[in-house]
Design a protein around this ligand. Structure first.
Ligand SMILES: *[C@@H]1O[C@H](CO)[C@@H](O)[C@H](O)[C@H]1NC(C)=O
Ligand SMILES: *[C@@H]1O[C@H](CO)[C@@H](O)[C@H](O)[C@H]1NC(C)=O
Ligand SMILES: *[C@@H]1O[C@H](CO)[C@@H](O)[C@H](O)[C@H]1NC(C)=O
Ligand SMILES: *[C@@H]1O[C@H](CO)[C@@H](O)[C@H](O)[C@H]1NC(C)=O
Ligand SMILES: *[C@@H]1O[C@H](CO)[C@@H](O)[C@H](O)[C@H]1NC(C)=O
Length: 600
């Protein structure tokens, strides 16, 4: 291919100049020049060959195609719309009218990557710099890895805009130094409660790529369905919702390849030992327990599951581990990431009453507790998970160490995903030396606040309740959603999840993931449930929620996320509207407080 060559960089820069673009996530450092707009010609990529199987060339082609297809006009700018011009005042857009300007046309993007072979795995260097100098006729991108260079592209993609006459400009020379605050930045997709089709998964990956999220946590199955093909046990997909709603091995490879091309890792989760019925029971009904019990929300003391339908792997039955080993090995072969999520949440003691193996085990030694049972799972299952490869790192939900049925000793190298009790549990886990992924339900659960999904529920019948004892859901309450209310983008963005942690604890936070449980979500609304709220998380974990003075910058983020929502939709991601469009056109006219420093 083409060779990179030196390209003048910006010498003196200032950030006081007004530009209308507002890329998301905000780069860590960005400074604009003042010498006027640069016209963007047909940009070609100049880089050395062999950039990680052509990843860079493909990424550039994709980005360039989007740039020229959209010829983006910023939809919400920091400046009031009345003074907004597609290009700054005084700058003549068509460069031919301004023949005196030297080298105002940019022809190429020169990319220098130090380590072209760095694999996309946890902790890979994602930093980049992007420079366009006053006199430069090219854009210089420098990155340690291909993955950092791809992030530079998605920044550049948001900087190149319409010149007002159908051409393209960069509003000013610019210099950016950028890198993420956290190496693990994800969203969690649940395809066990409802199936999500491949095109919709690709759509989420597109949104993630634009916002620099780098982990798709794929909660593949749950008790309700088993949608993934497993080579060792072809019968498991009998518990897919239909033969159409199955991920073949090729489907999975396509998802992983699509994600990887955008710098996104795909980490599978097989939730065990709880949340397990479908699929497993096709292999051998005896490896799962309580699948035919009444889940019993109406008599909570006897509940066998927190939602229908019940089912858990039988922890004491030997054959369970044989099946777990085969399923895990088969899936590990197609999911190439070093990391694997093995669940571990919400073990329900009552469910084990239905297992002859577990009840016998308890009877043999009356001193045994549910803690011992959870420990038995850890002692027998974790070695199977760990032995797959030297590089294998496991993730589990925090319940395995912090629930009422926690195990006594869980290896410290297992990453804990924290979802309960916000800062308290984050603090507890990090103090004990666990690496933590923040997913606090009160801040990051994207499914909350839409009422309950269970049927035959008299609590909604407030007009004529047969039984006045039945508690009613009122609109001031949670309306049946256990984690109500709905988490707005501001709720997510304002979450200071390292508050009051020591330096040592803070180092144990590797990032955050926003989960979207899909009981009430499928292809119809998966995109608007994720977006644009996931972009608030994306900026929170990329460059944070504070400005250089340490003040909350939610007010500045407002126009950025409003613009980004329009940008997502323009790029085919069906993101939800956040405000009347009036608010986009009139920055801060829709604020609650006139005083913009009211937020700390
Ligand atoms: C399970 O067994 C325990 C202890 O014997 C008992 O308290 C509980 O009610 C049982 N649960 C069910 C659902 O039968
Ligand atoms: C974490 O929580 C457990 C269970 O509540 C408690 O026993 C333990 O002391 C806590 N540890 C820390 C370091 O906060
Ligand atoms: C953080 O620490 C401060 C000072 O000790 C305390 O007042 C505050 O309640 C703590 N915040 C949380 C959320 O724990
Ligand atoms: C998604 O669909 C569910 C079920 O119909 C509904 O409760 C929820 O409000 C929808 N979400 C959005 C954002 O439309
Ligand atoms: C705006 O809010 C900040 C922080 O609460 C306060 O210090 C400042 O005095 C307020 N400004 C005005 C004009 O009220």
């Amino acid at each position: 291919m083409r060779f990179s060559r030196a390209c003048a960089v910006l010498v003196a820069a200032t950030s006081t100049v007004a530009v209308s673009v507002n890329p998301l996530p905000a780069p860590r450092e960005i400074s604009w020049g003042t010498s006027g707009p640069k016209q963007i010609a047909d940009l070609s990529l100049r880089t050395e060959t062999d950039n990680n199987e052509g990843t860079l060339d493909q990424a550039w082609d994709r980005v360039w195609e989007s740039i020229i297809a959209l010829r983006w006009v910023p939809a919400a700018t920091e400046a009031p719309i009345s003074s907004f011009q597609p290009f700054p005042t005084g700058a003549a857009a068509p460069a031919k009218k301004n023949t005196k300007r030297r080298l105002s046309v940019v022809h190429s993007v020169n990319v220098q990557v130090e380590d072209k072979n760095a694999d996309l795995q946890h902790g890979v260097d994602e930093s980049y710099s992007l420079d366009v100098g006053d006199d430069a006729d090219c854009i210089t991108i420098k990155a340690k890895t291909v993955w950092g260079a791809i992030h530079a592209f998605t920044t550049l993609q948001q900087l190149i805009i319409n010149d007002g006459h159908g051409g393209l400009i960069l509003e000013q020379p610019v210099s950016i130094k950028d890198s993420p605050l956290y190496p693990y930045r994800g969203i969690m997709l649940d395809t066990g409660r409802n199936f999500i089709s491949l095109p919709k998964i690709f759509e989420q990956l597109n949104g993630m790529s634009l916002s620099k999220l780098n982990v798709l946590h794929w909660h593949i199955d749950d008790s309700q369905s088993w949608p993934i093909w497993v080579e060792s046990y072809p019968d498991m997909v009998k518990d897919a919702y239909s033969p159409r709603e199955i991920y073949s091995r090729n489907d999975v490879r396509n998802v992983i390849a699509y994600a990887r091309a955008r710098g996104i890792r795909v980490i599978p989760e097989i939730d065990m030992p709880s949340h397990s019925s479908s699929g497993w029971k096709q292999v051998d009904p005896e490896i799962v327990t309580c699948t035919d019990s009444w889940w019993s929300n109406d008599n909570w003391a006897e509940h066998t599951a927190v939602e229908p339908n019940p089912g858990q792997l039988d922890i004491i039955y030997d054959k369970t581990y044989e099946v777990v080993r085969n399923v895990y090995r088969d899936l590990s072969e197609i999911f190439v990431d070093n990391w694997f999520h093995v669940g571990g949440d919400e073990i329900q003691p009552n469910c084990f009453n239905f297992s002859k193996h577990v009840t016998k085990w308890f009877a043999e030694d009356p001193s045994r507790t549910y803690h011992d049972l959870a420990q038995y799972w850890v002692d027998h299952a974790v070695p199977i998970f760990q032995e797959y490869s030297k590089e294998r790192r496991l993730i589990m939900w925090e319940d395995i160490v912090l629930s009422p049925e926690n195990a006594h000793n869980v290896p410290k190298n297992i990453v804990m995903q924290s979802w309960n009790n916000g800062l308290e549990y984050i603090s507890n886990l990090t103090a004990r030396g666990y690496d933590v992924i923040v997913s606090s339900a009160d801040f990051m659960y994207l499914d909350c606040g839409h009422g309950g999904f269970v049927t035959n529920d008299p609590r909604y019948n407030v007009m004529s309740r047969a039984d006045p004892q039945t508690p009613s859901f009122n609109y001031g309450g949670d309306g049946g959603s256990w984690c109500a209310p709905y988490k707005t983008w501001q709720r997510i963005y304002d979450y200071d999840f390292t508050l009051n942690l020591t330096e040592a604890q803070t180092k144990h936070i590797i990032g955050a993931t926003a989960p979207l449980w899909s009981e009430q979500v499928d292809d119809v609304n998966v995109s608007n449930m994720f977006w644009p709220r996931a972009a608030a998380l994306a900026e929170l974990v990329w460059s944070g929620n504070r400005d250089a003075d340490g003040k909350k910058r939610t007010t500045q983020m407002t126009q950025r996320i409003l613009n980004f929502r329009e940008y997502l939709v323009a790029n085919g991601v069906q993101a939800q509207a956040l405000v009347p469009k009036y608010c986009l056109h009139n920055p801060h006219a829709c604020d609650l407080y006139r005083n913009q420093s009211a937020l700390h």
